[in-house]
Structure formats: structure tokens, C-alpha cells
Design a protein around this ligand. Structure first.
Ligand SMILES: Cc1cc2nc3c(=O)[nH]c(=O)nc-3n(C[C@H](O)[C@H](O)[C@H](O)COP(=O)(O)OP(=O)(O)OC[C@H]3O[C@@H](n4cnc5c(N)ncnc54)[C@H](O)[C@@H]3O)c2cc1C
Ligand code: FES
Length: 256
């Protein structure tokens, strides 16, 4: 983990209210793995005081850059969207743990809801580079909330779902999970918690155990296990800190 003021190389709106922030790589980011995140401090002074957790979206080792995909939702992300090329931004990271997928598995089903696509793109890149078969179900409110699929590795099979039917199939991405249960060895999800609940309902009824990992997005004050603000409960009612134990947890172990 490193604390550094990192140079912005690009900060552009790529769809709807979603931006791609490209930053110069720091030596410790180089060692990060899909699923890990950084705390980014968008304000140049102390407003906002706290950092904002953001998944590492992609790392480009050739160009020595990494990127963050974020949507503007409140004060921090709106300030972030105004930062310009060559300005510097304070980053702490990498934080959290990599997605603990099984390297022996062959067929992976990734399910992204809204901005939950952010960490799954790099996971998809990594799985394809390791000769895995990847299908991605991508859901969003409308076509303005869907990541451009031409930016994904072409080996990935993609299905799009929108709430209003403006792109792909109308309805929720989770409604297609059943079609993949006899094919997939592992399921990895990132998105809103109601998506995890409905996915878990479907997966647990399948005759056979398929590991399903979900990346939780809790509000975080410190990102390093001090404030206890990011706790979720496991099935035994024990608190689990998303920042230090997660952000990926096996769905069947978490109290939803
Ligand atoms: C491990 C992790 C990885 C994340 N990765 C990404 C990412 O790659 N891209 C991205 O756009 N966002 C990501 N998030 C969510 C992101 O951190 C929040 O959207 C961001 O902190 C909002 O900051 P803000 O100042 O704009 O909003 P605020 O002004 O702080 O809040 C605006 C609204 O958003 C809600 N909110 C704030 N933080 C969260 C949160 N973590 N989850 C759900 N609701 C929240 C608040 O309750 C409030 O209603 C991630 C969160 C975690 C924990
Ligand atoms: S964010 Fe402070 S303990 Fe997790």
C-alpha cells in the first residue's frame, strides 16, 4: 500500500454520467490484482475530508497507467469529474483483496449491475488472458448506464439488460442466471445488493454447489480497518469489514 499524489493523464466522460480516469502508475499499484481498490481524495483542500473508495478498473503495464471508472453521484465524484489532465490527486492503495477465484475453473459467469461493471472489466481481461471462458451479463437502468461493450475483450460473450428496454433485453440481468448454471464453474457479481439477493435465491436452488463471489460496495471512511464503518454481517452474525476482509465475499457466507 502506498500514499501518493498521482498525475492525471485523462479524465473523460465515456457514457451517461460515467467517467474514465486514467492515472500514472505507482510501483505498488503495479502489484494489484482484480477486485482491489484505492481510496481517492478528490478535493485539493479538505472538502471532502474523506477519501472515496474506487475499484481499480484496469491496469496497463505497457503504458504504465491504471484507470478508474466512476459515475457521478455526490460531492466527491462531482469534484473528481472536474479534475483536469496534469493535475494531481491523492491516492491510497491498493487496498482490499483480490477476487479469490479458483484458477482451476474453466467457465466463468460475471454479472454486473450499473457501475458494478468497473472491477469486472479487468477481471474479464485477466480470465481471457488465462484461457478461461467468460460470459458477462451486464445490467443497467437504461442504455446510458451500459458500459460500451466494444471496450471489452472480444472473447467475452456479452448479454445486455436494461430496466427500460432501451438496449438489450428488458429486465434484470439476474433473470438469465438459470441458463448458465449447468455451464459455469464460478459466478462473480458486482452491483447493488438487491441484485446479490436475487442471484443468491436462484443459485442456492441449483442442484450442486457453484461458488458465487460478490463485491460489496459499502460507504467507507478509512479503507484500512480502523473506523468499522464498512462492516457487513456474515451468516454467523459476525461483522466482516469490507475494506480489509473484502470487498469480495462468497455469497453463501453473508447475511443478505
Ligand atoms: C470497494 C469499493 C469499490 C468501489 N468502486 C467504485 C467504482 O469503481 N466506481 C464508482 O463509481 N463507485 C465505486 N464505489 C462507490 C463509490 O465509492 C461511491 O459512489 C462514492 O464514494 C460516492 O462518493 P460521492 O462523494 O460522490 O458521494 P456522497 O456525496 O458521499 O454520497 C452520495 C450518495 O451516494 C451514497 N453512497 C456513497 N458511497 C456509497 C457506496 N460506497 N455505496 C453505495 N452508496 C454510496 C450516499 O449514501 C449518498 O446517498 C466503490 C465502493 C467501494 C466500497
Ligand atoms: S472503511 Fe474503515 S474499517 Fe472499513
Amino acid at each position: 500500500m502506498d500514499i501518493s499524489k498521482i498525475k492525471i493523464l485523462q479524465n473523460v466522460n465515456i457514457y451517461g454520467n460515467t467517467y474514465l480516469l486514467t492515472l500514472q502508475q505507482s510501483p505498488s499499484i503495479l502489484k494489484a490484482k482484480p477486485g482491489q481498490f484505492v481510496m481517492i481524495f478528490p478535493g485539493q483542500e479538505f472538502n471532502p475530508l474523506l477519501g472515496r473508495p474506487m475499484s481499480i478498473h484496469r491496469i496497463n503495464n505497457k503504458e504504465k497507467t491504471f484507470s478508474i471508472l466512476y459515475h457521478t453521484i455526490g460531492i466527491g465524484t462531482n469534484i473528481l469529474s472536474k479534475l483536469k489532465k496534469n493535475e494531481r490527486v491523492k491516492i491510497i492503495g491498493p487496498l482490499g483483496n483480490p477476487i479469490p477465484f479458483n484458477h482451476a475453473s474453466k467457465n466463468f459467469l460475471l454479472i454486473a449491475g450499473g457501475i458494478g461493471i468497473a472491477p469486472l472489466v479487468w477481471l474479464g481481461d485477466t480470465l481471457v488472458a488465462n484461457n478461461k471462458n467468460v460470459t458477462m451479463l451486464i445490467g443497467g437502468r437504461s442504455k446510458n448506464h451500459i458500459f460500451p461493450i466494444k471496450k471489452l475483450k472480444q472473447e467475452i460473450e456479452v448479454e445486455i439488460f436494461t430496466d427500460d428496454g432501451s438496449l438489450g433485453t428488458k429486465g434484470l440481468a439476474t433473470k438469465k442466471i438459470n441458463n448458465f448454471l449447468s455451464w459455469t464453474d464460478e459466478i462473480i457479481l458486482c452491483g447493488p445488493e438487491p441484485m446479490f439477493v436475487s442471484a443468491h435465491e436462484i443459485i442456492k436452488q441449483y442442484d450442486g454447489h457453484i461458488p458465487a463471489y460478490a463485491l460489496f460496495e459499502k460507504e467507507m471512511a478509512c479503507g484500512i480497518g480502523i473506523c468499522y464503518g464498512c462492516a457487513i454481517k456474515d451468516k454467523k452474525n459476525n461483522p466482516q469489514l469490507v475494506c480489509t476482509k473484502g470487498p469480495s465475499f462468497e455469497l453463501s457466507n453473508i447475511y443478505l
